[in-house]
Design a protein around this ligand. Structure first.
Ligand SMILES: Nc1ncnc2c1ncn2[C@@H]1O[C@H](COP(=O)(O)OP(=O)(O)O)[C@@H](O)[C@H]1O
Ligand SMILES: [Mg+2]
Length: 424
């Protein structure tokens, strides 16, 4: 029996811990630092990669990394140097996420479909460019910005403000010392995640995330307010195009660069007129996409991640997926993604009988569960179809209460609306 260490503290990490703990080959799943929903929490921060290596060594753990920051810091390189088994990309491979400029140049150089772009480090040059470019643009800080570094602009004035914020006022510090200005692509967004061992690619179930804070995709972007899987945004034809034009060429080009990609390769996709374009790569599972995806897994995730980390995915059969739909509705603290209150007591958790309540920004305090973060819980249900899963997830969500609870009421609605699907 093996021990597992899951690194991170969000809903994604609770979902991974939960799924990994179901493996008959797994003894204890530790989570560092974990949250109010994860068991066997270890009080080491996700960025303390030396501390994590020490814990994994002492407790003989196979380590699974959830978030991007330790990956970009080189947690995988450090563990490998110490002969510790770990799942995730090296710091070099994680550049696909940690530098948007690196990723754009990689895509351009390898013919992977993505929006046209320019790179700037000079405010004045960037301002001149956005004032003169004829099409709408998206302005992105180069480095990791916790999902806040992207400005989808509707006109040149907004684009100028975004340039001023990043290159003028340095609101993202070093992560914003350079920017990408890219063409805005209007279409339908989806998340396509594949497990890669450097050579072999095993697609995970496709999903769709809801990034804006309010119903109808209004308000500022968040880390994600809900997700569901499968999604009509990625039908068999689109999935085949994403595999052959995006995922496979990426994996083979990374290998060619001497940076074989091992881990979850997440392509944020925009589908326009039936053609997929990469908006960005992430080098890890999505949060909240992970929550509905793990609910649909009909295989031993531990076995897949372990074999993946050993470069032996091709030995495993194709994973089986439940045909049911899964929906995750994120319950947040009102005010998020801006300021919000913390420390509110969550009631009603014991009344939920269906699905899984994955914790994110919570902690336990003498038997009570308190809010600590913007995104607090991800209530996740399986259903016979999307409509059934949506209704189950919302009846779970209704039972859970705290003073500043906020959630969107339209998670999954795009997938349910035939009219929008016809527009694909
Ligand atoms: N070229 C683009 N055209 C239209 N929308 C975009 C484009 N690039 C990004 N977006 C929107 O902005 C969001 C965030 O951008 P993304 O590149 O995924 O950065 P991050 O997740 O690091 O904030 C995307 O989910 C998408 O909704
Ligand atoms: Mg993104």
């Amino acid at each position: 029996m093996a021990n597992v260490l899951v690194v991170g503290s969000g809903g994604r990490e609770h979902a991974l811990s939960w799924k990994l703990s179901q493996s008959s080959a797994v003894d204890t799943v530790f989570t560092a630092p974990g949250n109010g929903g994860t068991r066997d929490n270890v009080f080491v921060a996700a960025e303390d990669i030396g501390g994590l290596a020490g814990f994994a060594e002492k407790n003989d753990c196979f380590t699974v990394v959830g978030p991007e920051v330790p990956l970009s810091m080189g947690i995988v390189d450090l563990f490998r140097r110490r002969n510790l088994e770990i799942f995730g990309p090296t710091g070099g491979s994680a550049q696909l996420e940690s530098s948007k400029i690196w990723a754009k140049q990689f895509m351009k150089g390898n013919g992977i479909p993505t929006a046209g772009f320019e790179v700037f480090d000079d405010r004045k040059e960037a301002l001149e460019y956005v004032a003169s470019t004829p099409h709408p643009v998206v302005v992105k800080a180069d480095g990791l910005a916790a999902g806040k570094g992207v400005f989808v602009c509707s006109d040149a004035a907004e684009a100028g403000d975004a340039v001023d914020a990043i290159l003028g006022r340095n609101v993202f510090g070093r992560a914003g010392s350079r920017i990408v200005v890219e063409e805005r692509i209007d279409g339908v967004e989806a998340s396509y995640i594949a497990l890669c061992d450097g050579d072999t690619v095993v697609p995970m179930a496709a999903s769709q995330d809801h990034k804006r804070i309010y119903d109808g995709d209004r308000g500022p972007n968040t880390g994600g307010m809900g997700a569901y899987s499968p999604t009509p945004a990625v039908d068999a034809e689109i999935a085949a195009k994403i595999q052959s034009r995006i995922i496979e060429p990426t994996v083979s080009a990374m290998k060619g660069l001497g940076l074989p990609f091992q881990g979850f390769l997440y392509a944020g996709i925009m589908v326009r007129d039936g053609e997929p374009y990469v908006l960005e790569f992430n080098t890890r599972m999505g949060d909240p996409e992970c929550q509905p995806i793990v609910m649909r897994m009909d295989f031993d995730l531990y076995e897949y991640l372990l074999e993946c980390s050993r470069g032996r995915l091709s030995r495993l059969p194709a994973p089986r997926w439940k045909s049911q739909s899964a929906v995750c509705v994120v319950l947040a603290s009102r005010g998020y993604p801006g300021k919000y209150p913390r420390g509110e007591e969550i009631a009603g958790l014991g009344e939920v009988r269906d699905g899984m309540v994955f914790h994110a920004g919570t902690r336990r305090d003498s038997g009570r569960v308190l809010t600590t973060g913007g995104r607090v819980l991800g209530v996740t249900a399986l259903g016979s179809d999307l409509r059934d899963a949506v209704s189950r997830a919302y009846s779970m969500a209704d039972k859970i209460r705290w003073p500043h609870k906020h959630c969107r009421t339209d998670i999954g609605s795009w997938g349910l609306s035939g009219a929008d699907q016809a527009a694909l």
